[in-house]
Unconditional design. Structure first.
Ligand code: EPU
Length: 463
């Protein structure tokens, strides 16, 4: 297993290019199962999740090859296979994206249920409700969802749930409905740019879909879809993460290849706290100087602030003046990063789906453990701003969703090293503190973060 060693305190400066979107690429790759012929995808990021899905697609009889140009070429060779095994699905929840395409194109899908998740409870009831409304016969057997239909029938489907719509649920129902007989309307469809990207991919294969980007989709079923070419949209979550990396280090970074129109809420929020952002087409320059101001922010479905940047925003707000409240209305338990940020001296109190973030005069480097993809990014940001060295462990989470993150940060002057997670690689500054009661030992941050942490864990165990 690898870990990052990060020496903080250096402003990030320079230029970097944003990669293709993970969350757009995955459902698009899955939908390539529906094509007669070959699909060529450009701008697919080179990520662990993309490799996991490639393996799953090959197990489903579809070859996935990355050409030297970087294009991903996907061709179905055997359309009789319909089983997505637990071995792949447990590695990546987004494997569930094959459910709709398999059912729509092959008439049968047998997909392992993904199981638990570090960011909270993640049911797929809305996916199943939508597919059942299209006439699929659905049952759960030995941990697998089995969905079958000779021919799906167009109908009206409502996909609203207690936390808004569902992104991959909309992808699944849309990918199945393109093959249904007649017309399907999806109400409360997710409006995220990644859903729009999938819709545009399906349209380029011959599907008839209107209303993309709105909560009302209308889909006229077709008999078959053809191979096509498509370019994946830039990753708005990576772009937001890099913008916050510039802000938290008081840097000056220019990002290339950004769809700022996909990031209005994030850009506004960063401007509100005092970050200077200049936009010129797909070029975004981000500068920040202290002091920055506190704010309240709520993670909501698109076009709101994405839950996928909530953790990174929490790190940034931990370093600004005043008290901020960060609320997650999509994944109310997505706060695993908080305990680790406390270890770096942040002052954060968790109350239900809120994190109350107070100003910390300085974060201090520490050994911290990543718990999921975006929590890992939040820890990297905090480490870039902290005094001294930090170790961020379990960065395999980061590798799932950020393409060459350490290279990009190094390109901006960040001191980030990837090493094996072995005791001899831990920097001396982070070796265990001697149990010395002598008068010369100074560890104010360490003492303070322990005190805050106790208070918080008592509260959370009471709730
Ligand atoms: N929900 C239900 N029932 C369902 C489906 C979802 O109640 O059948 C609830 C969820 O529990 C959650 C909310 O609805 O509270 C939204 O979940 P959604 O289905 O939209 O999430 P997802 O499709 O599983 C995608 C992204 C996530 C991102 C969320 C929210 C992909 C592959 N994943 O997940 O990305 O956080 O939408 O925007 O697109 C990440 O990239 O780190 C990540 C977790």
């Amino acid at each position: 297993m690898d870990m990052f060693i990060i020496r903080g305190g250096r402003p990030l400066t320079g230029e970097v290019t944003v990669s293709g979107s993970k969350n757009a690429a995955l459902p698009v790759m899955a939908a390539a199962l529906s094509a007669n012929g070959t699909c060529r995808l450009r701008n697919v990021p080179d990520l662990a999740d993309v490799r996991t899905l490639s393996t799953l697609l090959s197990e489903l009889g579809t070859s996935v090859m990355r050409e030297e140009s970087g294009e991903l070429v996907i061709t179905t060779e055997d359309a009789s296979r319909c089983v997505a095994e637990y071995e792949q699905v447990r590695r990546m929840r987004a494997s569930i994206c094959v459910l709709g395409p398999l059912l729509g194109r092959r008439g049968r899908a047998c997909v392992s249920l993904p199981g638990g998740c570090n960011i909270g409870h993640r049911p797929i009831d809305l996916h199943l409700k939508g597919l059942a409304a299209l006439g699929a016969n659905i049952r759960v057997e030995r941990g697998y969802v089995v969905a079958e239909a000779d021919r799906l029938r167009g109908t009206n489907v409502y996909l609203g749930g207690p936390f808004g719509s569902t992104v991959t649920g909309t992808c699944n129902v849309m990918s199945a409905a393109v093959f249904a007989e007649g017309t399907t309307t999806i109400e409360a469809a997710a409006c995220e740019p990644e859903v729009v990207d999938l819709g545009e991919f399906l349209i380029s294969m011959g599907a008839h879909i209107t209303g993309l980007g709105t909560p009302f989709l209308k889909i006229q079923g077709v008999e078959r879809l053809e191979g096509t070419e498509h370019t994946i949209i830039p990753d708005r979550i990576e772009a937001a993460t890099l913008m916050m990396a510039a802000a938290i280090t008081s840097g000056d970074v220019t990002l290339h290849g950004v769809r700022v129109d996909h990031m209005t809420a994030v850009v506004e929020k960063l401007r509100e706290i005092g970050v200077i952002i200049n936009v010129d087409g797909q070029l975004v320059r981000v500068r920040s100087e202290r002091p920055l101001r506190s704010t309240d922010c709520i993670a909501l479905p698109y076009p709101g602030i994405p839950t996928d940047v909530q953790a990174q925003l929490t790190s940034l707000l931990a370093t600004v003046d005043g008290i901020s409240i960060v609320t997650d209305k999509i994944f109310p338990d997505r706060f695993m990063h908080v305990s680790e940020l406390l270890r770096m001296g942040a002052s954060i109190r968790r109350e239900g789906n809120n994190a109350i973030v107070s100003h910390t005069s300085r974060l201090s480097g520490a050994s911290v453990m990543a718990s999921d993809l975006r929590a890992s990014a939040a820890l990297v940001l905090a480490a870039l701003a902290a005094d001294g060295e930090s170790v961020v462990r379990r960065i395999y989470h980061l590798d799932r969703g950020y393409e060459h993150l350490e290279t990009k940060l190094q390109q901006l002057g960040g001191e980030v090293r990837r090493v094996r997670d072995e005791p001899q690689n831990v920097p001396t500054s982070l070796q265990p503190i001697e149990d010395d009661t002598g008068p010369n030992i100074q560890r104010p941050h360490f003492t303070r973060s322990i005190a805050v942490r106790r208070a918080t864990s008592d509260e959370s165990s009471a709730s």
